[in-house]
Write a protein of this length. Structure first.
Lengths: 467, 206
């Protein structure tokens, strides 16, 4: 008998029923909710006179709009304030747990799920947010949905889904010193393209993936959507179990032991088949820097900005020309010649404690260049608290970084943290789309280590030989 | 939800690949708590030149495309953010159908929730129709969901694929939550099974 993949096992264990054409009613174990994509879902419930089926399976937090400056001050944007207030009212009316803006547990929705032990292996997890793929790092099937589907899950705890295909991305070998999960995933997207994973769920395998910490696996899975895949996953192992143990919402005692036994079965059988397999060697991956307006427009820091005149494919050529014009870059310019104005360390991709420790280790004893404005935005109130207990905030402050409150912040600039037109930012976030960090703003996606080095030097440097 | 059976309508061309939902509707329009009134934000940054004045080259600023109901575009349309504000804004502008060689998964799903039909045609078919649209003022297509065809004014019919379940729901304008709730007994049975197999998932998180 043919074996099954990790994805197959999770999918099969969540099928409520199937239509003749294969359309499946899939059970959803857990939902995360934030203020931007939920108001219309709650409104829909109210209009239809429906109640959430299992309010206890849902956890809500405001993150996109929250200010990262002093929380005691009121939000200056009345529309942002209204959206956050609406979330508070909806959670109260429908009996849903909310980590409010002044709760120490507040933070970016994809940081707090794992941090609280809400994210567990073998579960199906959804959120009205494309970076829900993050939670796949625990061997969960986690994917982003639209607001209508948020309402659907609230009302029924189910979603109507078509079974996706499976793709294995195998990364063997050893990463170069100072390279990280961010460089792996950017290199992957650079190769498969922003639509390479469309229709697939990715399972990341191989020795370089096993070697990653849970934080690294979250960074990796987080950006699966940037390669077009709604979900990315890593099979749980001892690191996963050690990470979960003792977290506030994780199972305790006998239930934990029972859960661990089940989680240990969650892996792809040796005789299972994926619909596609792509392989990489970690040793070949240089620190990555995006140069364009899509995450697939990325290259090694030791490379040059590509030349559209050398491209034969009409689509790639036109898209490259357009991107270079927007980004204000010339073909064949060395990546290390690109000067930056701002640095953003944060987002659901890179704002966990490990990211901040690593960034601080490079910032220690150095100074942010006079021409650069740099900020660090922790992923959650608890990450901030932990970082401060370790003195990381002082390291950043002494180096000239601003130390902020938790939130999505300049990843998408829905709050006051915005790039001005033409400003160029080295960012540890996940999207370099036109205007993503502010209309006319120019984003270069990098790892936390690369972002710190760029802040200090005022331009990109190869972190591998930065002294 | 408004059913989609067949429409004949004016076609607007957007000849770009990888159009992400941040471009379809930028972040400042996501602060609303309503589904309506998002037309103003549709392709907001692309409608304007750097000085803020309307860009006459962008299709939404051209009177010939003013009342278009079908958007014709290129590969990987709707990639990036899951924001359903993207189809809401398209719908608010009057679009009922988007034709492209490929779509991003979440956007594709979101269309069906809002009575918008996303049609996948082959890349060369899209390019050929794109040429005709740009070259012919008042160019209309007929999109027929029942027959799964897109027909040009010249009578060429392109066939497209769509899952039968999705087709049926859109064609009849069904309330998908209502449909799922018809399977209440199956959901309850599943939950009872699941509670036996994985009791740790049923602990109250509050």
């Amino acid at each position: 008998m043919a074996g099954t993949t990790l994805f197959d096992k999770i999918w099969e264990s969540h099928v409520v029923r199937a239509e003749p054409d294969g359309t499946t009613l899939l059970y959803i174990d857990r939902q995360l909710v934030h203020e931007v994509t939920s108001p219309q879902a709650f409104e829909g419930l109210k209009l239809a006179g429906r109640r959430p089926r299992r309010p206890a399976a849902t956890l809500a937090v405001p993150d996109h709009n929250v200010p990262t400056t002093d929380r005691k001050l009121a939000i200056t944007d009345p529309i942002s304030a209204k959206q956050i207030q609406t979330l508070e009212e909806n959670c109260r009316d429908f009996g849903i747990t909310l980590f409010g803006m002044n709760d120490i547990r507040q933070g970016v929705v994809h940081i707090i799920g794992p941090e609280q032990g809400f994210t567990l292996p073998g579960t199906t997890i959804v959120c009205g947010d494309s970076h829900t793929s993050t939670h796949g790092a625990f061997g969960a099937l986690a994917f982003g949905i639209g607001t209508s589907e948020v309402e659907h899950v609230l009302a029924t705890q189910c979603l109507v889904q078509k079974r996706p295909m499976t793709m294995e991305i195998r990364v063997n070998g050893t990463l170069s010193d100072r390279c990280s999960a961010k460089d792996i995933i950017l290199a992957i997207i650079g190769k498969i393209g922003t639509a390479g994973g469309t229709g697939y769920v990715i399972e990341y395998t191989g020795s370089a993936i096993r070697a990653l910490s849970m934080e690294g696996r979250m960074t990796l899975c987080n950006m699966s959507i940037e390669g077009g895949a709604r979900a990315g996953m890593v099979a749980p192992d001892d690191k996963t179990i050690a990470y979960i143990k003792g977290r506030p919402l994780a199972p305790k005692g006998d239930l934990f032991e029972r859960a661990v036994q089940a989680w240990q079965q969650l892996k792809t059988d040796s005789n299972a088949r994926y619909d596609a397999t792509v392989t990489f060697r970690a040793d070949d991956i240089a620190p990555q820097v995006s140069w364009g307006t899509s995450p697939g427009m990325v290259t090694g820091v030791d490379q040059k900005v590509p030349d559209p005149r050398m491209m034969s494919d009409e689509k790639t050529k036109n898209a490259t020309e357009r991107a270079l014009e927007y980004m204000g870059l010339s073909p064949n310019m060395p990546i290390t010649d690109i000067k930056i104005d701002k640095v953003f360390i944060g987002s659901c991709t890179n704002s966990r404690i490990e990211d901040l420790r690593l960034a601080a280790s490079f910032a220690k004893g150095r100074k942010v260049a006079k021409t650069v404005h740099a900020m660090v935005v922790p992923g959650s109130g608890l990450v901030k608290q932990q970082a401060e207990a370790e003195g990381l905030d002082l390291v950043f402050r002494e180096a000239g970084f601003e130390w902020r409150e938790a939130g999505c912040s300049m990843c998408l600039a829905m709050n006051a943290d915005v790039l001005q037109p033409g400003e160029r930012c080295a960012s540890t976030s996940n999207r370099n789309f036109e205007g993503r960090q502010g209309a006319g703003g120019r984003t270069h996606l990098v790892s936390p280590a690369m972002a710190v080095a760029a802040a200090v030097e005022g331009h990109f440097v190869d972190i591998r030989n930065w002294s | 939800m408004q059913p989609f059976t067949q429409i004949t309508g004016l076609v607007a061309p957007l000849n770009r690949v990888n159009v992400d939902t941040d471009q379809i509707i930028p972040k400042q329009f996501l602060k609303t708590i309503k589904r309506t009134g998002l037309r103003e934000g549709l392709f907001f940054d692309w409608r304007r030149k750097k000085d803020g004045s309307p860009d006459p080259d962008f299709f939404l600023n051209q009177s010939r495309y003013e009342s278009s109901t079908i958007l014709l575009t290129r590969d990987n349309f709707g990639c990036g953010s899951s924001r359903e504000h993207a189809p809401w804004a398209l719908l608010d502008q009057g679009f009922r159908c988007v034709i492209a060689p490929s779509f991003a998964d979440i956007f594709y799903n979101n269309c069906f929730q809002n009575g918008i039909l996303p049609v996948v045609l082959k890349a060369d078919e899209v390019l050929s129709v794109m040429k005709e649209v740009v070259g012919t003022e008042g160019y209309q297509l007929t999109v027929d969901l029942g027959n799964q065809t897109v027909t040009t004014p010249g009578g060429t019919a392109y066939r497209f694929d769509i899952d039968s379940f999705r087709n049926d729901c859109l064609y009849r304008g069904l309330d998908s939550i209502g449909l799922t709730l018809q399977h209440e007994a199956a959901i309850t049975a599943y939950e009872q099974r699941r509670q036996q197999d994985a009791p740790w998932l049923f602990a109250d998180v509050r």
